[in-house]
Each structure stands twice: as structure tokens, then as C-alpha cells.
Design a protein around this ligand. Structure first.
Ligand SMILES: Cc1cc2nc3c(=O)[nH]c(=O)nc-3n(C[C@H](O)[C@H](O)[C@H](O)COP(=O)(O)OP(=O)(O)OC[C@H]3O[C@@H](n4cnc5c(N)ncnc54)[C@H](O)[C@@H]3O)c2cc1C
Length: 177
């Protein structure tokens, strides 16, 4: 088993008021966010979600802003995901790639290809961050991330718990719907 770990130490929580969202969206449009917080760790995310809930703020999660159209001012909290870290574990037949939501998707594809891994190579050049890819099942040229995602670690805001969604569970949920 070979392991490769890349990461970045978390910096302090960065909070801004009345931040123009046009700075953070690919389309370059959007009003201000009343509160704009950049989180670099899971603990920071949970802390900010808890604060927003206590304050009765709505929450908008922001990745790379490449699939967001923001209109007027956002009166709640925008949480920009900036967690970092990539861990690749592989043996002769399989590879597990564990990636933080705030990593660049395109850089991940490049890294996977450089490691000789197959499965996401057709998704090169798609803008945005890793965490957004399961939200819409990013795809191109006959490939989509649902074929290679095994688990998604998420925070369930209704249950107020960190959960691990497996693709098997996701499929059974869709089948029951
Ligand atoms: C030029 C261009 C080409 C594109 N080509 C393709 C393509 O070929 N195939 C394709 O599928 N898409 C394509 N897209 C769409 C876009 O790249 C994807 O939707 C991408 O996954 C968005 O990532 P993002 O980080 O920018 O997300 P954002 O735009 O920041 O967010 C998109 C949505 O996901 C939510 N979200 C983001 N991150 C998280 C998170 N960590 N946890 C929970 N929710 C989150 C946001 O709240 C929002 O609802 C393209 C976009 C552009 C601008």
C-alpha cells in the first residue's frame, strides 16, 4: 500500500461583513453577503453553522462560485469552503483518494492522471471545487463523478451530525423516492 498525503495547515477563521458576492462568482454578479466567512477546517464549519443557527441566519455554502447566480443582497451567512488536503492510498489494483471539499477539482483530476489513476480523466477542465461535484453529479464526455465516489462525509443540518453517505445508501435513497 502506497500513501501520498498533501495538505495545508488551517489558518484563522476569516469573517467579512457586506462582502460583494460578485467577487466570488464566475459570472461576476451578485449583491453583498451580510456575513461572509471562509472556513478552513471541519471544526470551523461546525462552529459557524452553530453560530448561524443560533442567530437564525440563513446559510449559503460557496465553493468556487462557478455554478451560482446570486441576485440581490444575501441577508444571511455565506460560508466559503476552503478546506484543503489530498490523501491517496493505493495498492496494485485499487486507489482510494480522500479529498477535502475545498480542493480545486481540476487540480485533483490532474493529480489523479499524473498518478496513473483512471475514472475522472474526462472531467478535466471543469471549474469549481471538489465539494460541489457530488451536489450535481458533475459530468462530461460520458463520465460522471457518481461512478467513482464511494463516500461523502457531510454535515446533516437536520440531525445536527456529521454523516458518511455511501454510494450504496445514496442509490437506495433514490430508489425509494
Ligand atoms: C465554463 C464552465 C464549464 C463547466 N463545465 C461543466 C461540465 O462540463 N460538467 C458539469 O457537470 N459542470 C460544468 N460546469 C458547472 C460547474 O463547474 C460545476 O457545477 C461545479 O461543480 C461547481 O463547483 P463550484 O465549487 O464552483 O460550486 P458553486 O458554484 O460554488 O456552488 C454550486 C452549488 O453547490 C453548492 N455547494 C458548493 N460546494 C458545496 C459543499 N462543499 N457542500 C455543500 N454544497 C456545496 C452551492 O451551495 C451551490 O448550490 C461548468 C461551469 C463553467 C463556468
Amino acid at each position: 500500500m502506497r500513501r501520498k498525503v498533501r495538505g495545508k495547515k488551517a489558518a484563522r477563521l476569516e469573517t467579512r461583513e457586506n462582502e460583494p458576492l460578485s467577487r466570488w462568482t464566475t459570472l461576476g454578479v451578485g449583491g453583498d453577503a451580510a456575513r461572509f466567512v471562509t472556513i478552513e477546517s471541519e471544526d470551523e464549519l461546525l462552529e459557524e453553522l452553530s453560530r448561524a443557527e443560533s442567530a437564525g441566519d440563513s446559510v449559503l455554502v460557496l465553493g468556487g462560485g462557478s455554478n451560482l447566480v446570486v441576485g440581490a443582497r444575501v441577508e444571511g451567512t455565506v460560508i466559503r469552503i476552503a478546506t484543503r488536503g489530498v490523501r491517496i492510498e493505493m495498492d496494485d489494483t485499487h486507489a482510494n483518494v480522500i479529498v477535502a471539499a475545498g480542493e480545486s477539482w481540476d487540480a485533483l483530476v490532474e493529480e489523479a492522471v499524473a498518478e496513473g489513476l483512471a475514472g475522472i480523466e474526462c472531467l478535466s477542465g471543469i471549474p469549481g471545487l471538489v465539494g460541489a461535484t457530488p451536489i450535481q453529479n458533475v459530468g462530461a464526455y460520458g463520465q460522471d463523478v457518481s461512478a467513482t465516489i464511494a463516500h461523502v462525509r457531510a454535515y446533516d443540518r437536520r440531525a445536527r451530525a456529521v454523516v458518511t453517505l455511501s454510494t450504496r445508501r445514496a442509490v437506495s435513497v433514490i430508489a425509494r423516492a
